[in-house]
Write a protein that binds this ligand. Structure first.
Ligand code: C2E
Ligand code: MG
Ligand code: MG
Length: 719
């Protein structure tokens, strides 16, 4: 006689089991997708993604569980109580919330993964066993403790695997991610299914048991709920994948535009390099190039003279006499023609191996090398004087001009090597004062100016304690919105005798004496004080200050900025620090360190005088910079020179590709403004809008101008 079995025979419908595994895989895929989204979002968006993610993932796992239950075949009819079913769904959503939270944190240490996995595992088990408790069976289900434990272990293990997979996923490039994500979804789906079916294997249904909840959810009711939930999940998956596809398109476009911009980057870099060393009008080298040449030549000279062959070099400062009236009466085109011819003649007369540069307006420098003595030099100088004295042809007119030449020889004039250009300049002035059309050899008495500089330096030391400095402010205008976007603070020195002294005169002096550090700190404090004062009057202006090289390298800079912001209760992003391009790239490591510290304060960083530092744009990528200020020299040429337009256009495009905003400096005309606006330049600054003005005039200017001023509510939207 055989004993009746204690438990009911259970079986599975294989088709529905497959469907439940498919749902688990799908749920995993969507979940991974949403976790990525939660990770990359910030602020309220992150919370929204998290909530949506928890809902979809929870519903997915829960729906897998109930489809799994549909696949389960018992000889008696099963049903589920509504309340417990609902509770199991809540548990699934809660577990998913925990999971998403754990995945979106940056912490993937073993400890964090373990605690995340345990929390998730408990959540999944809670969902499953609450779901089982929704079956009101009499007598109750008999559980096999070991198998229950195994199912819990699978839940925790699967969760840990999911977290680790997720970590791998975020390290993979976006375009390769899909395969890993698919694989991960299959692993996770199998793990969730494994947990469910192990959990089911732990349940034994006694012979003769009656399901008291058979009239509750079950059969077609349950199918409807599960189908609805699965549909929701599918829609979620579809939505996420459409979004993903869209993002990929954007990413592809971005990478394409970056590739294009790399090509542009190269041309623009070459153009910038070229421009950095070349005077566009005459094609001659510029001052920067000349200085490099001079430094090399001095080095060579030292070698040669050590070998006891006494050689000299000469620097000639050539300034045209009577050029300005030509420019004024016949126009710039005629002036340009004269300059081009003068450049050609200078080149012809200077002879091979020597250097001719144009350093601005009608000023040229000539470097003569390998001279035996002064006579040797004067012979060339006389040839130049004669060549420039012969008539010029411009706009069909013959024009007569002349030139004054200052000459300094080295080592004959025995002066400091780094002052050669300044000395030649002083000699040129002496030639001008003597009536022009001649050359003058340098003599030390000509540099009374240098003594002035010493006096200025002494005055400068006292100026800070005597409160002789003042900040002027120049508006920056948002190109698209014609709205004031901020101010640049520019320092002025109210000298008791000399009147207002421009920074161009004294900043270099202050740098040389180290005074720039306390002076710079004063500028930062004063700018913050002024911003706070304007805020109190309802104008929330953003102010940019200029930092010098020495400040950048000074250890106290970040602290003093932090203190000034704190004292005046200002958020970091109200302050912009401008650093001249050449300074920023001088010591990239120092700049990087300081910039990153300033970024931590949320202070915005801007590269000033961009285009003058012959930097490569790619170097700028390494700095957390927000803004480029295109140098005035480019803006000046916008209307007359296609090459300047091409460079500015390329710089704007590249800057935008690197997510930087572009400010044009020195906008003086409507024409320049229009060209810049067409190119999509973000901000404009220059005399066209306003000259730098004392702080006291700013609010009056704002009231009189048709530009809107950011009030508190608007300010928040300025990026
Ligand atoms: P920057 O930072 O490039 O400032 C722009 C300069 O261009 C200012 O000269 C401004 O007055 C002038 N500018 C603005 N719009 C136009 C225009 O349309 N046409 C012309 N021709 N010029 C225009 P500023 O005030 O003489 O300053 C010269 C430089 O001195 C500044 O160049 C900056 O590098 C430096 N500087 C000014 N204030 C400070 C400061 O507080 N600290 C430091 N370290 N440097 C400063
Ligand atoms: Mg500036
Ligand atoms: Mg500038």
């Amino acid at each position: 006689m055989s004993l009746a079995p204690l438990f009911l025979d259970a079986g599975y419908r294989p088709g529905i089991v497959m469907a439940s595994l498919l749902i688990a895989t799908l749920a995993s895929y969507v979940t991974l997708d949403l976790s990525l989204r939660v990770r990359s979002a910030s602020g309220p968006l992150q919370t929204i993604w998290w909530a949506a993610g928890s809902l979809v993932m929870g519903t997915g796992i829960w729906s897998m569980h109930f489809v799994g239950m549909l696949a389960f075949v018992l000889p008696i009819q099963l049903g589920f109580t509504g309340l417990m079913t609902l509770l199991s769904w809540v548990a699934a959503v809660a577990a998913s919330g925990i999971a998403l939270h754990a995945a979106s944190r940056a912490d993937y240490s073993a400890r964090a993964v373990c605690s995340g996995a345990i929390a998730m595992g408990i959540g999944i088990c809670a969902m499953h066993y609450i779901g089982m408790a929704a079956i009101d069976l009499s007598p109750g289900i008999v559980w096999n403790g070991w198998t229950v434990a195994a199912s819990a272990a699978i839940a925790v293990g699967a969760s840990a695997a999911a977290l680790v997979i997720f970590r791998l996923l975020i390290q993979v490039r976006a375009d390769r991610r899909i395969y890993l994500q698919l694989l991960a979804s299959v692993v996770m789906g199998a793990a969730i299914g494994g947990m469910h079916y192990t959990g089911m294997a732990a349940a034994q249904f006694p012979q003769g048991a009656v399901c008291l909840s058979a009239g509750g959810l079950g059969g077609s009711g349950l199918t409807a709920i599960v189908v609805a939930a699965t549909c929701m999940l599918l829609v979620g998956a579809l939505f996420a994948s459409i979004l993903e596809a869209r993002l990929q398109v954007v990413a592809r476009q971005l990478s394409q535009s970056l590739q294009e911009s790399n090509a542009q980057l190269k041309t623009a870099n070459e153009e910038l390099q070229h421009r950095a060393f070349t005077d566009v009008l005459t094609g001659l080298p510029n001052r920067l190039f000349f200085e490099t040449r001079l430094a090399n030549s001095l080095q060579r000279l030292e070698h040669v003279n050590q070998a006891a062959v006494q050689q000299q070099i000469a620097v000639l400062f050539v300034d045209l006499d009577g050029f300005k009236p030509i420019n004024d009466s016949l126009g710039h085109a005629a002036g340009d023609q004269v300059l081009q011819t003068a450049a050609k003649r200078l080149l012809e007369q200077s002879g091979a191996g020597n250097t001719v540069a144009r350093i601005g307006g009608d000023e040229f420098l000539v470097l003569l090398e390998g001279l035996a003595d002064t006579d040797d030099c004067v012979a060339v100088v006389d040839r130049i004087l004669a060549a420039l004295a012969s008539p010029f042809e411009a706009m069909g007119t013959a024009l007569q001009i002349a030139c004054s030449i200052g000459v300094v020889m080295h080592p004959a004039h025995g002066r400091r090597r780094d002052m050669l250009i300044a000395d030649a300049d002083a000699a040129m002035y002496a030639a001008k004062r003597a009536g022009g059309a001649r050359h003058v050899l340098f003599e030390p008495r000509m540099t009374a100016d240098t003594t002035d500089a010493l006096q200025l330096q002494t005055d400068l030391r006292k100026a800070l304690e005597r409160g002789q400095f003042e900040l002027y402010y120049q508006p920056k205008i948002d190109g698209r919105k014609s709205r004031l976007s901020g101010m640049e603070a520019l320092i002025r020195w109210n000298h008791p005798i000399l009147g207002t002294v421009s920074p161009a005169k004294f900043i270099a002096l202050a740098e040389r004496s180290g005074l720039i550090v306390p002076l710079g700190e004063w500028v930062i404090r004063e700018a913050c004080r002024q911003m706070a004062a304007w805020s109190r009057e309802g104008s929330h202006l953003r102010v940019a200050v200029n930092l010098s090289a020495m400040q950048l390298a000074h250890a106290g800079l970040v602290k003093s900025i932090e203190a000034a912001l704190r004292t005046h209760g200002l958020p970091g992003d109200r302050l912009i620090c401008e650093i001249t391009e050449s300074v920023a790239l001088e010591d990239l490591e120092v700049t990087q360190r300081t910039f990153h510290e300033l970024q931590r304060l949320d202070v915005h960083l801007s590269i000033d005088d961009f285009g003058t530092g012959y930097s490569s744009l790619s170097q700028l990528r390494e700095l957390p910079v927000r803004q480029l200020k295109v140098d005035r020299s480019f803006i000046m040429d916008l209307e007359s020179r296609p090459d300047a337009r091409a460079v500015v256009d390329a710089v704007i495009k590249l800057a935008h590709a690197l997510s930087l905003t572009v400010v044009a400096e020195g906008v003086e005309t409507t024409g320049q403004r229009d060209i810049l606006l067409r190119m999509g330049c973000d901000e404009l600054q220059g005399f066209f809008y306003a000259r730098p003005m004392p702080a006291g005039d700013v609010l009056g200017w704002v009231a009189d101008e048709p530009v809107a001023v950011p009030r508190a509510s608007v300010f928040a939207t300025i990026g």
